[in-house]
Design a protein. Structure first.
Lengths: 398, 102
């Protein structure tokens, strides 16, 4: 029971100190952190200067593909879904956010995925080239902590390949960005081989990023009405479709060095996915001989079990992480999903579901010191190799 | 439980959060509809500072600045799942001085 306070007693009270708390766990700032998914959005006026003609003089506004239905207006907080936590449009913007969140190296993704839904491939390709040139000219020079996935028009594989060959040699491009958006067929189909041929020449990682709820690309989602269905659930189904095609249509047999990182399509589904594909492979793999790549090579089947391709070729960025309350369940989920080897930390800044790295170090009963380092940086180093080098912090976080 | 002096009431603008350290705790303090509330500063979802949150629902709840989770300022309950709760602290006004019991 508190004693009644009188004004005369106040001078004897302790004074609480007003503070600006840092929400980032202090341990994060002692470890090397690589953010594998960070969205970068140049201003249209800036980007337009890098457009080639005739696009520069004909495109007055940033073109966005139709979503047909987008539940964002129902969110109380303005900007929820896209630039909720800010906008990074310059190298200085990026570095400021890295310092805020304790990040050492970042992999930029194009902040605007919706142009991929425009039904005009040359326009997408022109925007992609402008975006890449802006990065090279004005953003990369800010710091070698900044790396990026180069943007392409992935719906036209030859245009995509041309852009990779044009700029893929730049040492700060470490991968190629594709999203589930804008595709009627999964990226594992042989029609996308021109992109993979060009990537192989430059040893680039394929990024396969969430989206694809656009109803005209996935008719099933025409019936979805809510944010949870479209943004929370749809990406996982799409990720599985893309990955199954990559495996079953022989992409990894044709491109044995190709690595892929899936982003925002989930991963807790992996245990069932791997068991199920292996089981079906054992009983019904006859039609694998009939896919384009196998017909061309004359091979009759896959060279490995489907699950082995996942472990060897595929990694998953972590955002958005969902953590069950039951500690045993979380530990099992991490183990069954091979998190120690497959997970690469990502924030997805500045989107609404952005994850700071706190969770990696705040569950030590499930994620020990060694796994923390692998998720925060070690697995990304293995994935990207020497392209991830920079001269600030050592790989051990020292 | 100790009592801490936070400052004069006019140093707490309506609708805006401020954070204080009181012993080992960091507490977010809000003035809303003339009343002062104190809650644990750290969001139970992913650790954001609730002092940077936005007041909503007529000033009855604070929304986390990172992922929009909403907490009742009076009870500390997560508005969509009342079983989830953040800690609340008593605040007293003595004259024009705000006192935190934490």
């Amino acid at each position: 029971m508190m004693n009644e306070l009188k004004p005369a007693d106040l001078s004897e009270l302790k004074r609480a100190e007003a503070v600006s708390p840092d929400p980032i766990n202090p341990k994060i700032r002692t470890l090397q952190v690589i953010d594998t998914d960070f969205h970068f959005s140049p201003k249209w006026d800036t980007l337009r200067n890098y457009l080639k003609e005739p696009f520069k003089s004909r495109l007055f506004h940033f073109p966005v593909g139709s979503l047909e239905y987008n539940p964002e207006p129902a969110n109380e907080k303005p900007g929820v879904g896209q630039d909720t936590h800010g906008t990074a449009a310059t190298g200085a913007d990026v570095l400021r956010v890295l310092d805020q969140f304790g990040t050492d190296i970042v992999v930029l993704n194009p902040g605007y995925n919706r142009p991929q839904a425009i039904f005009n491939e040359p326009v997408i390709a022109a925007i992609a080239s402008a975006h890449n040139d802006y990065l090279i000219e004005e953003v990369f020079p800010a710091s070698d902590r900044i790396k990026a996935n180069l943007m392409i028009c992935h719906r036209d594989p030859q245009m995509g390949a041309d852009e990779i060959r044009r700029v893929g040699h730049h040492k700060q491009f470490i991968g190629v960005f594709t999203s589930f958006s804008g595709l009627f067929e999964p990226l594992g189909c042989a029609k996308f081989d021109p992109i993979l041929d060009a990537m192989a020449e430059h040893d680039l990682v394929l990024t396969s990023h969430s989206e694809g709820w656009f109803p005209h690309f996935s008719p099933l989602w025409t019936g979805a009405r809510t944010w949870i269905e479209l943004f929370g659930n749809a990406p996982a189904g799409n990720a599985m479709a893309h990955l199954a095609a990559m495996i079953c249509q022989g992409m990894f047999d044709k491109y044995p060095k190709q690595k892929v990182i899936f982003q925002e399509g989930g991963y807790w589904w992996l245990p069932d996915f791997m068991l199920r594909l292996d089981d079906f492979f054992m009983s019904s793999s006859g039609d694998i001989a009939l896919v384009e790549r196998k017909l061309a090579s004359g091979e009759r089947n896959l060279k490995k079990l489907p699950s082995e391709y996942v472990l060897e070729h595929v990694r998953f960025s972590t955002q958005p992480i969902t953590i069950p309350k039951n500690r045993k369940h979380f530990a099992w989920m991490l183990e069954l999903s091979h998190a120690a080897d497959l997970f690469c930390f990502s924030s997805d800044w500045p989107h609404q579901t952005m994850d700071p790295a706190n969770w990696v170090v705040e569950n030590p009963d499930c994620i020990g010191d060694e796994m923390q380092k692998k998720i925060l940086s070690g697995n990304a180093h293995k994935l990207y190799g020497s392209r991830l080098q920079y001269f600030g912090v050592t790989q051990d976080g020292g | 439980m100790s009592e801490y002096l936070l400052g004069r009431i006019d140093e707490f603008p309506e609708g805006k959060g401020r954070a204080f350290t009181a012993g080992t705790r960091t507490v977010a303090v809000f003035r809303s509809n003339g009343k002062v509330y104190a809650i644990a500063n750290r969001c139970i979802h992913k650790g954001a500072s609730l002092c940077d949150g936005m007041l909503a629902e007529g000033g009855k709840v604070v929304r986390c600045p990172w992922h929009n989770w909403a907490f009742d300022l009076e009870s500390g309950e997560q508005c969509l799942d009342r079983r989830e709760k953040i800690r609340t602290f008593e605040v007293k006004l003595v004259g024009d001085q705000v006192i935190l019991c934490a």
